[in-house]
Design a protein around this ligand. Structure first.
Ligand SMILES: Cc1ncc(COP(=O)(O)O)c(C=O)c1O
Length: 373
């Protein structure tokens, strides 16, 4: 039996007729740019997240960029984020000429460690930067430690943009991810828990002012009229065809999140004594974008799984502070020991809502055999 890392075909089989009908409708009406499906997707996504405004856009990366542009982030500003994330989280800060200030993670949740923020903020100030905001990441789908992050942000007058590109669908003490911080963003990259068939993303906020600024940024800084440009913007629109694909996917998303949780429970049950699991704190629910574990025997486990035809992936082998692209920030090996240690031993297992529990058993059996040998 073939085991997929992510099985988009299994999902498509369930909703193929609705996707076909949605695409046909777009081909019939021909409003390819900002068509009615875009407005409907935004309405439904805002309702799902429990926020006033949702703006769809061209990708999770552009969602982050547009949010930072709405805050007028500029050279000299410092934006604090985790070093253990995907490049896009910090890249957008650099694109605006501002400085990403990286912070180490909690060894158990793999999310940014809020205890380290005050020191990073003080150092950035000493170095002459203006602290402006924090971008926590919900790594692998697990909500960040928002209560503590928001407290630090309030004390220092910083904005919080939740990079929920992996976390959308998660729950933080009863609040939906998307509704925490002034702004939250997500990605509809095909492999994400809620993905489309191309690039896409969305921004969530309760702020009328920020929503208006981001709407303007999304279409070249437009003012009251498209050709009356009031600020520098980008082309950040979501395609109508992708919105038509998102709508039926959003309908089945709550059920899929439950299925992901069942897969995660089965993994935890089978692996709890063999490898280090990502800790899910009380009151939090992960969207399970990835099921990632840490083991000093990673290479052997990955090889044994590979030999059995079971795919794995490594997110992320190199923390941002050790990336060549960020050499100019001046970090060194050893600066963020927790991230470096986690990066050495981490790997991700097949995770999708349609993964049969018998396959999870097969995977955990192989891992147990290697880990306990
Ligand atoms: C944490 C994180 N931030 C940002 C992004 C960027 O999203 P996109 O690929 O849609 O630009 C991703 C996804 O790839 C991500 O996982």
């Amino acid at each position: 039996m073939k085991i997929s890392f992510i099985d988009l075909a299994a999902q498509q089989k369930n909703i193929r007729d609705k996707i076909d009908a949605g695409i046909k409708k777009v081909l019939d009406h021909g409003n390819y740019i900002m068509g009615p499906e875009v407005a409907e997707a935004e309405r439904r996504l805002a309702e799902f997240a429990g926020v006033k405004h949702c703006l769809t856009c061209s990708s999770g990366t552009d969602a982050l960029l547009m949010a930072l542009m709405a805050y007028d982030v500029e050279p000299g500003d410092a934006i604090f984020t985790t070093t253990f994330t995907f490049m896009a989280t910090a890249e957008v800060v650099s694109l605006l000429g501002a400085t990403p200030v990286l912070v180490d993670i909690d060894p158990d949740t793999f999310n940014i460690n809020p205890d380290l923020l005050p020191v990073a903020i003080a150092k950035a100030k000493r170095d002459g930067y203006t602290p402006r905001g924090i971008i926590p990441v919900d790594i692998f789908g697990l909500p960040a430690d928002f209560n503590r992050i928001l407290a630090v942000a309030k004390e220092h007058g910083l904005f919080v943009i939740d990079d929920a590109c992996q976390g959308f669908g998660g729950l933080y003490h009863g609040k939906k991810i998307g509704s925490i911080g002034e702004v939250a963003v997500t990605s509809f990259f095909p492999a994400k828990p809620l993905g489309v068939y191309g690039d896409g993303g969305a921004i969530f906020t309760d702020s009328d002012e920020l929503a208006a600024a981001m709407r303007s940024v999304r279409i070249h800084g437009m003012g009251p009229d498209k050709y009356d440009n009031v600020r520098i913007g980008i082309n950040g629109r979501f395609d109508t065809i992708q919105a038509a694909i998102l709508l039926p996917k959003l309908e089945i998303f709550p059920g899929e999140l439950k299925l992901r949780q069942e897969v995660a429970n089965a993994y935890a049950q089978g692996l709890k004594d063999s490898v280090k699991l990502q800790k899910i704190p009380e009151g939090l629910e992960s969207a399970w974008a990835q099921y990632s574990v840490v083991s000093p025997k990673k290479d052997k486990i990955v090889a044994a799984l590979g030999a059995a035809g079971i795919p794995t992936a490594v997110y992320y082998p190199i923390p941002l502070h050790l990336q060549q692209a960020y050499k100019y920030l001046g970090y060194s090996k050893g600066d963020f020991p927790v991230s470096e240690e986690v990066a050495k031993g981490i790997f991700s297992l097949p995770m999708h809502p349609y993964l049969p529990l018998a396959q999870v058993e097969e995977i955990t059996g192989i891992i147990r055999a290697v880990a306990q040998a």
